[in-house]
Design a protein around this ligand. Structure first.
Ligand SMILES: Cc1cc2nc3c(=O)[nH]c(=O)nc-3n(C[C@H](O)[C@H](O)[C@H](O)COP(=O)(O)OP(=O)(O)OC[C@H]3O[C@@H](n4cnc5c(N)ncnc54)[C@H](O)[C@@H]3O)c2cc1C
Length: 394
């Protein structure tokens, strides 16, 4: 089996495929080393999969230095605050705040002795027939695989090859985001601070490394497609011209090349075609405002491997079972993420004022069920382990 993409979904899937007795090969476009200089919350299904992989302790030891989320005004006053106990009530369980690169690193070290990962390699073309898939790699080599798993993220190349070009499946939400590391800012070293102006938000949070924080920018935008790396800083500065709070200082730290992308959800009528199947952002990107993309990516990788184990030699049945389990869950979370994003960054001054009043009212224990409804219940979709024959053998 071939897995394209050594991200959260691909590495998790490879781990569980190996555990079920397969010999997966993973190809990863990037060189080895940390990727994804931004924070993620791991909760629900993702937290549960991490538990079943035995990596929770290693992850917990490297959590972000953040204990609460604070909405702040231009003078750095906190207007509303979400502390961990309330967040756990809202999420119906524990969560870990991590750098995305930390999660990938821990997953990679967990599989490195048992799974072959080929870095700086990617799929060039795919040709399927009844018996297998002939893969021509970017370096010109060719190999046959019984199944190809596309785990290569929101702009998946595997998806483009097997299902068609991205615009067919992409729903742009009308927002863009950018992020990069910055030096710690005094007074913002134990909270994730959100500063909102009409149509744009600046977020600042400390990483797991003292001295380094992340600045994240989320703003309403027209569709722009992929912006050349050399133009991104200018575009970001233009979008935040005149912005208050620490924004000018954070923009001054922008590196020459930064991560900037449109918020994009992926919606496909089917997640498998022939012997090719998709997992993670490649088939169900939720966007960062769901705060569940990594968790759902881990769950997808795990549940695909479990379905293949439950349907030996019958990949079509396995793919259908996997899709039936995960796709409705993802569709619901995508719907909630769209609504949540609009509320997170209101377009007008009146909307921002309403947001302040509302957050003061609802960020309290008694409103946990309401918060859960608004944000999305992140309860786990993992079945009881005993449902899965191969897992029972572990
Ligand atoms: C700023 C930001 C904040 C976020 N916050 C959260 C959060 O709080 N909580 C949360 O759960 N999620 C969050 N997410 C989303 C989360 O990071 C993703 O949903 C998750 O990483 C998806 O995992 P994946 O493995 O499907 O894709 P990715 O993590 O994107 O991994 C895809 C991998 O495929 C590789 N690849 C790409 N193309 C190719 C190719 N052609 N050939 C080979 N390899 C290829 C990439 O290099 C990468 O390693 C956030 C995302 C961003 C950008």
């Amino acid at each position: 089996m071939l897995v394209s993409g050594a991200g959260v979904a691909g590495l998790t899937c490879a781990y569980w495929l190996r555990a079920a007795g397969h010999t997966p090969v993973v190809v990863e476009r990037a060189a080895p080393g940390p990727q994804g200089g931004y924070g993620i919350d791991l909760s629900g299904s993702g937290y549960d999969v991490a538990g079943r992989m035995g990596i929770l302790d290693r992850l917990a030891a490297r959590q972000l230095r953040v204990d609460s989320v604070a909405l702040v005004d231009a003078a750095d006053r906190i207007t509303a605050r979400l502390d961990r106990p309330l967040a756990e009530k809202m999420l119906r369980g524990p969560y870990l705040g991590l750098m995305h690169s930390t999660l990938e690193e821990v997953l990679a070290t967990t599989v490195e002795d048992t799974v072959e990962i080929r870095h700086r390699q990617s799929i060039g073309t795919l040709r399927q027939n009844d018996d297998d898939v002939l893969v021509a790699f970017a370096d010109g080599t060719r190999e046959r695989f019984d199944v190809v798993v596309g785990a290569d993220g929101v702009h998946s190349h595997t998806r483009a090859l097997a299902f068609g070009p991205e615009p067919r499946w992409a729903r742009r939400l009308g927002f863009s985001m950018a992020c990069y590391p910055v030096p710690d800012v005094a007074g913002c070293t134990d909270v994730r601070a959100h500063y909102t102006e009409p149509g744009r938000q600046t977020v600042l949070y400390p990483t797991d490394t003292v001295g380094t924080s992340v600045a994240l920018f989320l703003y309403r935008s027209q569709r722009h497609g992929s912006i050349p790396r050399t133009e991104r800083v200018a575009r970001l500065r233009a979008a935040y011209r005149g912005a208050g709070w620490h924004t000018p200082e954070l923009l001054a730290h922008a590196p020459a090349e930064l991560f900037l992308d449109e918020l994009t959800q992926i919606e496909l009528p089917a997640w498998h075609r022939g012997r090719v199947v998709l997992i993670g952002d490649a088939c169900g990107a939720l966007t960062l405002s769901s705060a569940q993309g990594a968790s759902v990516a881990m769950a997808g990788g795990y549940l695909l491997a479990a379905a293949l184990a439950a349907h030996p030699g019958a990949h079509t049945d396995a793919f259908a079972a996997y899709q039936a389990r995960v796709r409705p869950y993802v569709a619901e979370r995508q719907r909630r993420a769209r609504r949540f994003t609009r509320g997170l960054v209101p377009a007008t001054r009146a909307g921002r004022r309403a947001q302040r009043v509302l957050t003061r009212l609802v960020l309290r224990d008694a409103a946990a069920p309401l918060l859960r409804f608004g944000f999305g219940d992140v309860g786990s979709i993992l079945p009881n382990p005993s449902h899965y024959p191969k897992e029972r053998q572990r």
